[in-house]
Design a protein. Structure first.
Length: 395
């Protein structure tokens, strides 16, 4: 028994990806006890997910909310059930010719992280020796899984760091070049007593605001990561809030036409928000719309009340977003598969985090070649319910 376990564990010494580790764990477990089928389940987002199965057909069988596998995961105790009981639970096995089903918890530092399921060959039961073998194999398998996952996380961290350094250097260099060039020209004009054009001043201001936004995004992304970003909630009027954000945006992009349509009646709509954070979110979405649409096109901004939520809809008429990219828009450093536009890929990540903190929703709709619609939905205070607490709340 020990020789077999030793032989199996040697296969985990070599660096393996998580997927390869899952496969090795299942295959070795099946071979150790001469089983027919094997599956590995791990917890993902609060539910068990089948990470690998020895036969593709097993992926069609979903773990039940109160099934045996879930019970083993929750209790941390092994369960062996007869083939007849397995067939009662999953009719697919009726014609599969199977034996008993053994479900073993996979633990790490005393915490159950998953379940290893082995189904015996037809009319076979698990012997005491086979059960002990799998019990000894289980912690070795869990260590191998943890090692593979940690290695993957470490690699992602290195990749993320390299990407950050590359993007940051590129993004900071562009506005700094503008600042340097325009400052040199202004200094030369002053020396020669020439008039300094408003255009030069505007370019300097735009470059300075872009630098300030980049640095703020870096800092905010790091604060979110370490959990130190602060929110101060106060009651604000939605229309006033949006108008101020649009005004700030147009200081950076004075030539972009933003058309505001206010469908809120009466016009007063109170929200409990962190004003600066919501400003930042609206400006991030407007900046994205500006970046990915033709200079001469407009940006539509619509305010409305829908299902007890205040909606801020920002629509551009630009290149649009591929369906495959939509689900990744709010991932950190994600910049889309079809863009050569500048950017760190932090704006939408920060916006999503801010809206989530406000118990709101951030949605995107897009058609390639026809533009993108970004929608912020926030809970609002109705005029008849204005007696709610208005003192600042810190989180």
């Amino acid at each position: 028994m020990f020789e077999k376990i030793y032989s199996s564990s040697l296969k985990f010494l070599f660096p393996l990806s998580p997927a390869a580790t899952y496969k090795t764990v299942v295959n070795e477990a099946v071979q150790l006890v001469g089983g027919k089928y094997g599956s590995l389940f791990l917890e993902r987002s609060g539910r068990l997910k089948r990470m690998h199965a020895s036969d593709p057909i097993l992926y069609k069988i979903k773990p039940r909310e109160h099934g045996v596998t879930q019970t083993v995961y929750e209790t941390g105790k092994m369960i062996i059930r007869a083939s007849s009981k397995l067939i009662e639970s999953h009719s697919w096995f009726k014609n599969a010719k199977i034996g008993d089903d053994l479900n073993l918890p996979l633990t790490y530092n005393g915490i159950t992280l998953g379940v290893l399921s082995i189904i015996a060959k037809p009319n076979k039961k698990f012997t005491k020796s086979q059960v002990e073998t799998l019990k000894l194999f289980s912690p070795l398998a869990m260590i191998a899984i943890r090692k593979a996952l940690l290695h993957e996380e470490l690699q992602k961290a290195f990749d993320s760091r390299e990407l950050f350094i590359s993007l940051a250097a590129h993004e900071l260099k562009a506005p700094l070049t503008v600042v340097y060039t325009e400052t040199q020209l202004i200094a030369k004009s002053l020396k020669n007593n020439h008039h300094i054009s408003q255009e030069k001043i505007q370019r300097l201001l735009s470059a300075e605001m872009r630098l300030n936004k980049l640095i703020s995004d870096f800092l905010d992304a790091n604060r979110i990561k370490i959990g130190t970003i602060n929110y101060i909630f106060k009651k604000e009027d939605l229309t006033t809030l949006v108008l101020e954000a649009v005004s700030n945006f147009q200081q950076m992009y004075p030539d972009r036409k933003v058309i505001l349509t206010n469908n809120i009646h009466p016009p007063k709509c109170s929200l409990s928000v962190d004003k600066d954070k919501i400003h930042q979110s609206i400006i991030n979405l407007l900046t994205n719309a500006n970046k990915f649409s033709p200079p001469e096109s407009k940006i539509d901004l619509l305010l409305s009340l829908q299902n007890h939520q205040a909606a801020i809809e920002i629509k551009d008429y630009g290149i649009g977003i591929k369906k495959t990219d939509l689900k990744n828009l709010t991932q950190k450093f994600f910049r889309g598969s079809a863009t050569n536009q500048p950017g760190m890929g932090l704006g939408l990540f920060l916006t999503a985090e801010i809206i989530k903190k406000h118990q709101g929703q951030l949605l995107f709709k897009s058609i390639v070649g026809h533009g993108t619609q970004a929608i912020i939905r926030l809970p609002y205070t109705s005029p008849n319910n204005d007696k709610r607490r208005t003192t600042p709340r810190r989180t």
